[in-house]
Design a protein around this ligand. Structure first.
Ligand SMILES: Cc1cc2nc3c(=O)[nH]c(=O)nc-3n(C[C@H](O)[C@H](O)[C@H](O)COP(=O)(O)OP(=O)(O)OC[C@H]3O[C@@H](n4cnc5c(N)ncnc54)[C@H](O)[C@@H]3O)c2cc1C
Length: 429
């Protein structure tokens, strides 16, 4: 299936054009899923001289990996400060530092290809939706103290000069968030893996997976892979492929809008060179791309509205923050599905010898998928048990077959919590 219509597919480099599997092949490791989790695992394996085959139902980067917000930085979907409470400070620091190492590895891997992958500007501002100066200051101080971050507190006056909305209060700058063309990045990673020997097949869904003797037997529409080990990296698109992994995956749809070029009107709303997000549970995140266009992300839903309707919904969301932009037109809007675990942390581990999973990256997967791929590749190639740092974050049942309904209920409950916090803290609304 072709890439969906999005800012990324409209501006991407050509796909890798891998063929579908038509024969029976043998390999050491078979990876199912060609998003960043699967591709990173493949790349990690071939860099360690382990042969692998990757099967992708559609095209590499077709899922969340090639259509996301493009924010690349440290951290997880779960708040780092919350992690200190659930697993303790030193374990949380260890987990967080793995995402820092992933960011460094990503920069190394894209060397020489920055022009097509990195987009202008570095740094992102998180603006508080709530009148809670001391809460924001506390967050900044604790992140800097515990995780050696270099967050910079921005008082509300400075936020207001940069983002011309009455919605925000104080905030902070995370100076080193990168911005990527997510599809070009996924394609580059896939090309790197192929150059080093990974065999990638597109248009090749794994339909049936079982054991034949001591090996995995993966059946696709026109072929078969026999492998010593298998890695599942299907995220929110896993469907019913694997009972336990499917039941532990909450597929959550989320959406992005690209506006028309705004010219001088952009300055009526945004004067900052930094990407931005707010700090609600169900937040908006956005950045300027192309010809002074806003790439505006947000919303979580069980329903995927039709393209035209989605465009209107997303423009209205944008106008609820920046009403002065009334009249602007959305150029294209699209959605993607994230795979969430109940604990909002990645699920990285082994079900039984030779049966691995690398999933659950939620809304923060650009760097963490590199980390997941490295942990699994190193475990397979060298018996490295570092992946066990994710043992506390297991495969909890997420309530399937009611997953999407539960996602919607969770989203409404998050919205309710945001509204309660507004009424508790904010005086101006
Ligand atoms: C709209 C949106 C905005 C986001 N913004 C950001 C952001 O700014 N920064 C950030 O860090 N993260 C962001 N994320 C999250 C990030 O994109 C994901 O966490 C990450 O891409 C997950 O990668 P993945 O490989 O696990 O999953 P995916 O990229 O979804 O890949 C899974 C792949 O598995 C394939 N597959 C499924 N079943 C089979 C099968 N049976 N056989 C073969 N193949 C199969 C699918 O076709 C798919 O290509 C966003 C996500 C969305 C949807």
């Amino acid at each position: 299936m072709a890439y969906i219509d999005s800012y990324y597919s409209r501006t991407s480099e050509p796909g890798i054009q891998a063929r579908a599997l038509q024969e029976q092949i043998d390999t050491t490791v078979c990876i199912v899923g060609g998003g960043l989790a699967g591709i990173s695992t493949a790349l990690g394996l071939v860099e360690r001289r382990v042969s692998c085959v990757l099967l992708e139902s559609q095209q590499v980067g077709w899922g969340a990996s090639g259509r996301n917000g493009g924010f690349v930085g440290r951290g997880f979907s779960q708040s780092a400060l919350k992690l200190t409470k659930t697993v303790g400070e030193s374990h949380a620091k260890r987990l967080y530092s793995l995402t820092g190492q992933a960011c460094e590895l990503i920069q190394h891997r894209i060397k020489g290809h920055e022009d097509s992958i990195r987009q202008p500007g570095t740094g992102s501002v998180t603006a508080s939706w709530f009148d809670d100066e001391s809460g924001v200051k506390h967050y900044v101080e604790e992140m800097n103290r515990i995780f050696n971050e270099s967050l910079e507190f921005w008082p509300r006056g400075k936020i207001a000069e940069n983002y011309l909305t009455t919605r925000y209060y104080d905030g902070f700058l995370k100076p080193d968030t990168m911005r990527f063309h997510s599809l070009n990045y996924a394609l580059h990673m896939a090309r790197l893996a192929m150059e080093k020997g990974a065999r990638i097949f597109e248009g090749t869904p794994a339909e049936k997976i079982g054991r034949k003797g001591s090996r995995w037997h993966i059946v696709t529409p026109s072929g078969v892979v026999n492998a010593d080990q298998i890695v599942y990296a299907c995220s929110g698109y896993i469907g019913s492929l694997h009972g336990k992994l499917s039941r532990a995956t909450l597929p959550v749809a989320t959406f992005i809008l690209l506006t028309e070029p705004l010219g001088d009107r952009l300055r009526d709303a945004i004067r900052s060179p930094y990407a931005a997000a707010d700090n609600r549970f169900s937040s908006n995140y956005y950045r300027v791309v192309g010809d002074k266009q806003i790439l505006w992300g947000g919303r979580v839903s069980m329903f995927h509205p039709a393209q035209e309707r989605l465009r209107v919904i997303m423009v209205n969301d944008l106008l609820s923050v920046y009403p002065q932009l009334k009249g602007i037109v959305g150029e294209v809007a699209w959605g993607g599905v994230m795979g969430y675990a109940k604990h909002k942390m990645p699920q990285i581990g082994q079900l039984k010898p030779g049966e691995w999973y690398c999933q659950g990256f939620g809304g923060t997967g650009m760097a963490t998928t590199t980390m997941g791929g490295e942990l699994i590749a190193s475990a397979i190639a060298a018996g490295d048990d570092q992946y066990q740092v994710f043992a506390p974050f297991g495969l909890n049942y997420v309530g399937k077959p009611f997953g999407p309904v539960i996602a919607q209920l969770a989203y409404w409950s998050y919205q309710l919590q945001d509204a309660l916090q507004v009424s508790r803290l904010n005086r101006k609304f």
